[in-house]
Design a protein around this ligand. Structure first.
Ligand code: XMP
Length: 305
């Protein structure tokens, strides 16, 4: 990419040419790649594009509100309130791969409904260059709308940022005036908080993970981690007031990485760790203890499932 402004103009011309008078649809994930692809396509074809944001109930704290605000200028924006459908579909499932499969299938179902309603001919995707090259044979079993073209018969797929690296996408995001938070946000897994609660996904565990992730993101911002988050990893005994309780164990993780393929656990000072512990146990009465994960990748993965 030579410069962001030039890239934007060329990308818009190419999108207009591809889509013409037809209708297009894009899934917004809250991540920078799909946000940039959507903003470019919207500037190119306006309301011929329907940006769809599916609230799975597994999103970060404030994410849905943030999306509504950032993309409020797009009149055709659709926010699908699917929280109950996802959480109901996940009920009783503990196997990590099954959890991912259920989320992927539900996502496609939600998205398919809107694609059919709007008669979408084109699918716009925020695929970037590293998504297209095979990396270490590691393939995620869930990639948002990966299986969609098999379900809906599109005339074509439009991938305006397919040749860009992550840092270039961020540069374009800034040039497009997408809010700072969109341009700088940490990567977040497609299956969302479902991979940050071990075992069955319940509303209570998701709520604990969401609040704890928020605390960790806030407290560790100055360490500039590749990713910092919290996960609900089990139950253990604690004392609250005069009572022994069987509460949640929350693990805090903060890693440095270049591409997510390998990662190093970050060294965090004791005072910060204690502040995180006290906020998480203080704000969630059912959390009995907080631990810090010191494992690099490998041998661990970044997420817990
Ligand atoms: P792991 O946990 O495998 O994660 O070390 C490596 C990076 O990938 C992210 N991740 C995902 N991203 N869909 C995604 O788009 C997924 O299903 C998914 N699972 C993990 C993870 O957050 C980390 O940045």
């Amino acid at each position: 990419m030579v410069n962001a402004e030039e890239f934007i103009e060329e990308a818009k011309d190419e999108i207009s040419e591809q889509i013409g008078d037809a209708h297009a649809i894009i899934a917004l994930s809250g991540g920078v790649d799909s946000s940039v692809a959507a903003a470019l396509a919207y500037e190119a074809v306006g309301d011929q594009l329907t940006p769809v944001y599916v609230d799975t109930g597994l999103m970060r704290k404030g994410e849905t509100e943030q999306i509504r605000e950032t993309f409020s200028y797009m009149e055709s924006l659709r926010v699908v309130e699917a929280q109950d459908r996802f959480l109901d579909a996940l009920e009783g499932t503990i196997d990590p791969e099954e959890k991912r499969a259920i989320i992927g299938e539900q996502f496609i179902r939600e998205f398919e409904t809107v694609a059919k309603e709007t008669d979408a001919d084109y699918l716009v995707q925020g695929t970037i260059y590293p998504d297209r090259i095979e990396s270490d044979g590691e393939i995620k079993s869930h990639h948002n709308v990966g299986g969609l073209p098999e379900v809906v018969d599109f005339d074509g797929i439009v991938e305006p940022v397919r040749d860009l690296y992550k840092d270039e996408v961020r540069e374009v995001a800034r040039a497009l005036d997408l809010e700072e938070i969109v341009a700088e946000r940490m990567p977040f897994p497609g299956p969302g908080l479902a991979v940050r609660v071990i075992g069955e996904v319940t509303r209570e565990k998701v709520k604990v993970a969401r609040e704890a992730c928020h605390v960790v993101e806030e407290e560790l911002e100055e360490y500039e981690p590749w990713q910092a988050f919290a996960a609900v990893i089990g139950k253990a005994t604690g004392v609250k007031g005069d009572n022994r309780v069987h509460g949640w164990v929350v693990s805090v993780r903060s890693v440095e990485s270049r591409d997510g393929m390998t990662a190093r656990a970050q060294e965090i000072d004791w005072e910060t760790l204690q502040r995180i512990q006290s906020r998480i146990t203080g704000e969630n009465e059912n959390v009995a203890r907080v631990v810090y994960d010191v494992t690099h990748k490998p041998p661990a993965t970044i997420e817990y499932e």
